[in-house]
Write a protein of this length. Sequence first.
Length: 252
Amino acid sequence: MALTEPARKNHDELFPGQLPAFAVTDPELAEIFNNFAFDETRGYGNLETKTRLMVQLASLIACQAMGEFRTLLGAALTVGVTPTQAKEIVYQAVPYVGMAKVSDFLHATNEILTNHGVELPLAGQSSTTIANRAEKGLAVQKVIAGAERVGGMRAAAAEDEEHFQDYLAGNCFGDYLTRGGLDVATRELLTLSMLASMGGCEAQVKGHVQGNLNVGNDRARMLEVITALLPYIGYPRTLNALRVLNEAAPAT
């Protein structure tokens, strides 16, 4: 199997002493994929290794790719992604992917952390209470989405739909986006990764492209993330995300 030197070096950083997946049974595919994932796309931009793995883990939850998630979570822990960061990726997937799809990934994460000698439960990261979650969530929602847009969404909601706006503020943002362990800018990259990976969420991708801009993640940063996801989510969803990025944050 003819891996390029950068591909071999980058693979060894994540999986020291391990052969690439399928190297024995499918050497041609292993060569094509690993040279693309660990050299060609890895060489684009300056995305830090830990951030790359975190957005890929979020993407894999959205794709329901359990086998690859387990593999990359081990790699993430190897290069310094902390147990708290790993757990927060999974927790943040709940409001975007849904607990029905996240539950198995939470169990897998707990198993892998335990096998790495991590004692559970981890220290709590919640920063809100039942009494203030809606207020604090709305404040974070306005930072990410923009106060004008949030106000417009609430004003435009039909009377029998207003509870969804309350849920967004109190639950999606108040319960999850206010948590510690990850900063807001990183959380927005995770959200963008999940939405792009699920497919069919282009309207939400557009909203979170703007959200990323609002918290300091520029077009170049988002292009790095979308490029990092490409080997795992394929071209159709990648190109859909790129189209939305170009509409919301065009190249200058």
